[in-house]
Design a protein around this ligand. Structure first.
Ligand SMILES: [Zn+2]
Ligand SMILES: [Zn+2]
Length: 128
C-alpha cells in the first residue's frame, strides 16, 4: 500500500467532517476501507498532513489531539461535558498580528454546548 494513497484516503475521510475526530477515531474509520492499515501509519500521515497545511490539528487540552479538515482560520469551542469540539468563526474580531509572520492561529473557548447546558439547567439544585 502506497503512502500517498493512504493520505488521500484520510483526506477523503476527513473532508467535510465537522466532528474533529481523534487519530484513534480516524484509524477506526479508515480500517473499514483499508483493513490492514496500522495506527502508527495513520498517526504519521496525520502529522505529515498537518505540517503540509492540509489539515488542522486541534489541541483542545484533551488527552487526544483532534483533527480538522478545515484549515481556514476559525475558532474552536470545547464542551467540557461531552468533549465535543465545535467550530465558530471570528471574522469581525481579527487580532492585530501584523508585525508577526503567522502560519496559523487558533482561538479557543471552553464551556458547555447548547445540548449540555440544557441538560445542566434541567437539574434541580447544584451537585458537587
Ligand atoms: Zn456538550
Ligand atoms: Zn474546526
Amino acid at each position: 500500500m502506497r503512502n500517498t494513497h493512504q493520505r488521500l484516503e484520510i483526506l477523503k475521510l476527513l473532508s467535510g467532517d465537522k466532528s474533529h475526530p481523534s487519530a484513534k477515531e480516524i484509524h477506526k474509520r479508515l480500517k473499514k476501507k483499508l483493513p490492514s492499515v496500522s495506527f502508527a501509519t495513520v498517526y504519521n500521515n496525520l502529522s505529515k498532513m498537518e505540517k503540509a497545511g492540509e489539515i488542522l490539528c486541534v489541541d483542545a487540552g484533551l488527552r487526544e489531539k483532534r483533527y480538522d479538515p478545515c484549515v481556514k482560520p476559525h475558532g474552536h469551542f470545547l464542551c467540557l461535558k461531552c468533549k465535543n469540539v465545535f467550530d465558530f468563526s471570528f471574522k469581525n474580531s481579527k487580532p492585530n498580528l501584523k508585525k508577526f509572520k503567522i502560519f496559523n492561529y487558533s482561538f479557543q473557548a471552553k464551556g458547555l454546548c447548547a445540548k449540555c447546558a440544557k441538560k445542566e439547567g434541567g437539574k434541580n439544585g447544584r451537585k458537587k
